[in-house]
Structure formats: structure tokens, C-alpha cells
Write a protein that binds this ligand. Structure first.
Ligand SMILES: C[S@@+](CC[C@H](N)C(=O)[O-])C[C@H]1O[C@@H](n2cnc3c(N)ncnc32)[C@H](O)[C@@H]1O
Length: 302
């Protein structure tokens, strides 16, 4: 096959946005796909152990060793949960892009109903289910493999759709619109999403984000998009800096060293860690201009 696939992934860590610098001759549409999905498809298309195969496995391996796969904290998860009323042990929450379940297990500590975690990567889902089992939550907290752009829930059955740091994979507006049908009429959506904290910002950080996730927007625009997608705004708040530092970047120091040791001499692994460090430096330099915000909405009439 005359395909020339030059594929390198880069994660912008809090986002874990797999920006695909992929040039696939004859398949330019690949760039518009969800990056994880594109990576998975490229894996299937290539029947040898080429770099893209390896990269996606490397990234999943790396994040399997970290408690969270994105920024957040138990405190902010519980704060967001506090805005949801009418939950009962009969309620059902779907946690989309759940990763290994850092936030899910926190939710389960305060909410007695059923939680279904959905993630694209079986390795994360296995760890999620092991974590649930260790906490003796397996009877009501279950991870399943699935894609957020093809969720298999029944319409109007969910009480809450939860999504921390993952909706960018489908796109904020698209996710809000497509997932709405799964919610009961009085259901809630809770998402955390990359947001500009100021109207203007230095070119370096603007360019970085436009490349990584052009869907980043100001908080008023994110709120307007939520309302337009058929939700009334219940609350929003910006995640404090410790969700990035103490709960996300700082705990990665050792996993990064271990990972580099294990994959010594591997350029893909070194490049990946270099990107992580670059993103962390940018966050520490420019965090007054951007961050993550929680947006909590209640399903409303369209
Ligand atoms: C930045 S991580 C956030 C994980 C977790 N919610 C947290 O805050 O620690 C994004 C997650 O989305 C998952 N993901 C990416 N594309 C997905 C898709 N199409 N469907 C479901 N999950 C997806 C990734 O595997 C990853 O676990």
C-alpha cells in the first residue's frame, strides 16, 4: 500500500490531547477524527510494529502508572457533585472518559447509586475495575470499553453525565449536544473543560492551545454554548492551581523518571516526556491566562 504514514503523537498532558502530526497520503480526513480513534484506526491499518503502534501503547502505559490522567482533585469533584440535587441510591451516573477512575471512586464515596465508567482504552478500564474492586464497589461501579462518540446508553435513562477533562475528545459543543438525549428530563451534565481565563493572552500560549485544542474558549462563551446545547446553567467554577500542580504534575515526577529509564534510548518515549515537561512549564508560566473550569448544567427544553 502506498501509504506514507508519518505519525507522532504528542500529549498535552492535562488534556492528554493526542495531537496527531499525521500526514497520511490519500487520507487527509484523518486529521478531523478524534485523535484516539485516528490512532486506533492507524494501528489497524498498519500491520507492522511501526512508530504509531508503539506511541499509543506508550502513552497508555505511562498514564496507567498515574493516579489521574488529567487535572482535578477529590475536592473539586465533590464540589461539583454538591450542585446536583435529587440523587438517590436508584440514580445512575455515567462517567465518560473515566480513565482509571480517579474521580469516579471519589464520586462513589459520596453517591450510593450506580456509576458506569466509559473509556476507549481497555487497559484503563481494567485498572478502573480493579480499583473499584479494591474499594469493594464492584457491585455498583463498573467500567466498560466504549467510545464517547458512540455511547450505548438508552435514551432518557441517565441521571447525570459526568466528564472530567475528556469531552475535548469529541468536542465540547458536540459532546453536550450528542449526550443530551441520554439524560432524563431533569438530568444533569457535569464537565470540566479547558478555558481561557482572560480575553487576551500572550501569543506563545495562544499558539500552543490553538494547535493543541482550538476548542478552548472563554468561560462566558463556554456557558453560552452549554445553554445553546439545551441545558440551563447550574454552576461553574475554575479549578484551583493545585489541581494541576499537586494533583497532576507533581505526582508525575517519579513515573516520568521510571518511564525514561525503562525506555532509555527510545526517541518516541523521550519525545513524549519532553512534551509533557514543556506543557507543564507553559502551565506554570501562563496559568493566569488559562485553566480548567467545571460547567454544571441541567437538561432544559431546546
Ligand atoms: C485527560 S484524560 C481524563 C481521564 C479522567 N477523567 C481524569 O480526569 O483523570 C482523557 C480520557 O479520555 C479517554 N478517551 C479519549 N478518547 C475517548 C473516546 N473516544 N471515548 C472514550 N474515552 C476516550 C482517554 O482514554 C482518557 O482516559
Amino acid at each position: 500500500m502506498a501509504l506514507v504514514i508519518s505519525f507522532a503523537t504528542q500529549t498535552n498532558s492535562c488534556q492528554s490531547y493526542f495531537h496527531i502530526h499525521t500526514l497520511v497520503e490519500y487520507w487527509p480526513e484523518c486529521e478531523n477524527l478524534n485523535p484516539y480513534l485516528a490512532a486506533a484506526i492507524l494501528n489497524i491499518m498498519s500491520n507492522n510494529n511501526s512508530i504509531h503502534d508503539f506511541d499509543i501503547n506508550l502513552i497508555v502505559e505511562y498514564y496507567s502508572g498515574t493516579e489521574r490522567q488529567g487535572c482535578g482533585s477529590p475536592d473539586v469533584t465533590l464540589k461539583a457533585l454538591s450542585f446536583i440535587d435529587k440523587l438517590s441510591p436508584c440514580s445512575h451516573i455515567a462517567d465518560i472518559g473515566c480513565g482509571t477512575g480517579g474521580q469516579t471512586m471519589v464520586l462513589a464515596s459520596q453517591f450510593e447509586g450506580k456509576i458506569t465508567g466509559v473509556d476507549l482504552f481497555p487497559t484503563f478500564v481494567d485498572l478502573f475495575n480493579k480499583n473499584a474492586e479494591q474499594l469493594n464497589l464492584q457491585h455498583r461501579v463498573k467500567g466498560i470499553v466504549g467510545s464517547m462518540d458512540n455511547l450505548l446508553f438508552e435514551n432518557e435513562k441517565l441521571d447525570v453525565i459526568w466528564c472530567e477533562g475528556a469531552i475535548y475528545n469529541i468536542g465540547y459543543e458536540k459532546g453536550l449536544r450528542e449526550w443530551r438525549k441520554f439524560l432524563k428530563n431533569d438530568g444533569f451534565i457535569v464537565v470540566s473543560e479547558a478555558s481561557w481565563l482572560t480575553d487576551e493572552r500572550p501569543a506563545e500560549i495562544e499558539e500552543f492551545w490553538m494547535d493543541a485544542y482550538p476548542g478552548i474558549d472563554t468561560i462566558p462563551n463556554k456557558i453560552a454554548q452549554m445553554q445553546k446545547a439545551g441545558y440551563s446553567l447550574v454552576a461553574f467554577f475554575v479549578l484551583p492551581e493545585n489541581c494541576w500542580t499537586e494533583h497532576f504534575y507533581d505526582p508525575q515526577a517519579k513515573p516520568r523518571e521510571d518511564f525514561l529509564k525503562k525506555h532509555a534510548g527510545n526517541r518516541a518515549a523521550e519525545g513524549f516526556i519532553e512534551n509533557q515537561r514543556h506543557e507543564e512549564q507553559l502551565y506554570r508560566k501562563y496559568n493566569k491566562y488559562y485553566g480548567y473550569a467545571f460547567y454544571i448544567g441541567k437538561k432544559s427544553d431546546l
